[in-house]
Design a binder for this molecule. Structure first.
Ligand code: ATP
Ligand code: MG
Length: 398
């Protein structure tokens, strides 16, 4: 997971996105207002408890990052004083889910939120950045994009979905029956892969001219940048606050939980949260799933010691600490093995932890200022001067 985080951080830096730290606890109300009462997260996945303060505030352990970022943004008055902001957060999120591969109750997200940029170039820039990250991580992936319209054109699409839902009542499950009136967009979300939704209305057919032009520009910019994407007109996001561009990135080798990045535009959210009418767009990377995808693709570099240090005798064992320090000073990864075992056992241990070399120090070597350098890959051993050890390891390692 740390590799995903490191790479994401480095790339966000180059896109001038600054870190914001948000709290793990927020009022539950925050999520009800932003994500929406009928979202999966608020409806059934949020961990909440009643605080012991006078007002008996209901507190939630954060299920997602966006509402907390928007709250902080509005609270700091940035929506009025300095609305254009590019922020990222990272950390654990908590949802009451049925645990399975790639789906946990505590999982990690790295997320970006950009405020004050309603233009399509901003959508494209974020998608280009996501594409860059996935390529950098060397995971096979597919990017899907869609536009779900805005307050002006979405009502007609919603209406069409309700109509379609009623007409196909018998083919839908109970979950979807509940969604017809409460959150018709999620009729697509819940049954996306099933044949049932093939006859459902398509969000692109309902876009107003402005939303269509916006989406066309996003696509043009992606094509110009060489980003490969697929338009999936049946993709919607599960949260209420999204408008216009929605996107997901799926990685190979993950089975059912294949979405590793998800996000979209949310132009009305800041205002809903009591701020000014400022546009917003963001996404979150599911770090756990991304790490699983890396593993499946064989793209997770193993971190193994350059050398394991084996010492014999009390004086040599003391000195092993000094040798280790000097080797680490040369930027080598060094593990000192327990001195209380036989050399044969320790050599086996050194191989097991994947060390390339074993550095063997006995009292005799110590007296002569040398050590035995055993190449565990080639099964060769030679004596080197202590002062030469780091260079010898670096050279042999190549
Ligand atoms: P899903 O449809 O898989 O439940 P979601 O729509 O709930 O995803 P978002 O809220 O958009 O997901 O979160 C963004 C990303 O965070 C997801 O694409 C996924 O990679 C990751 N994610 C979400 N929930 C979990 C979880 N319970 N365990 C691990 N990763 C998760
Ligand atoms: Mg979910």
């Amino acid at each position: 997971m740390s590799l995903v985080e490191e790479r994401a951080r480095a790339i966000f830096d180059r896109y001038s996105i600054k870190e914001i730290r948000i709290p793990v606890l927020e009022r539950a109300q925050l999520y009800q207002r932003s994500s929406g009462e009928t979202s999966d997260v608020v409806e059934k996945q949020m961990y909440t408890f009643t605080d012991r303060d006078e007002g008996e505030t209901v507190v939630a352990i954060r299920p997602e990052g966006t509402p907390g970022v928007v709250r902080a943004y509005v609270e700091a008055g940035l929506d009025r004083t300095d609305p254009e902001q590019r922020l990222f957060y990272s950390g654990p999120m908590f949802r009451r889910e049925r645990p399975q591969k790639g789906r946990y109750r505590q999982f990690y997200q790295f997320g970006v939120e950009v405020f004050g940029r309603p233009d399509a170039a901003c959508d494209a820039e974020l998608l280009i950045m996501i594409d860059e990250l996935c390529r950098n991580l060397k995971v096979p992936f597919t990017m899907e994009i869609n536009s779900i319209g805005d307050q002006k054109c979405r009502p007609a699409f919603r209406e069409a979905l309700v109509k379609w839902g009623r007409a196909h009542w018998d083919e839908l499950d109970e979950d979807c029956h509940n969604r017809i009136d409460r959150n018709p967009l999620r009729l697509l979300d819940c049954k996306r892969d099933a044949k049932v939704t093939e006859s459902a209305p398509n969000s692109l057919d309902y876009l107003c001219d402005e939303c269509r032009a916006h989406f066309d520009t996003v696509k043009e910019l992606l094509t110009a940048a060489g980003v490969q994407y697929v338009v999936n007109p049946r993709m919607v996001r599960g949260l209420d606050y999204y408008t216009r561009t929605a996107f997901e990135v799926m990685a190979g080798g993950l089975g059912a939980q294949s979405t590793v990045v998800a996000g979209g535009r949310y132009d009305g959210l800041v205002e809903t949260m009591g701020g000014a009418a400022v546009a917003g767009i963001g996404f979150a990377i599911g770090v756990d799933r991304m790490a699983l995808a890396l593993e499946a693709a064989g793209a997770l570099p193993a971190i193994t010691p350059d050398a394991a240090i084996i010492s014999m005798g009390a004086t040599a064992t003391h000195h092993a600490v000094v040798v280790a320090r000097a080797l680490r000073g040369a930027n080598l990864n060094i593990e000192v093995l327990s001195p209380e075992r036989k050399v044969k056992t320790l050599l086996a241990r050194a191989s097991k932890i994947g060390a390339r070399f074993a550095v063997i120090i006995g009292d005799d070597e110590l007296a002569r200022g040398v050590l035995q350098l055993r190449d565990l890959k080639q099964s060769t051993q030679r004596e080197v001067a202590e002062a030469e050890a780091a260079r010898a390891i670096v050279e042999a390692r190549g």
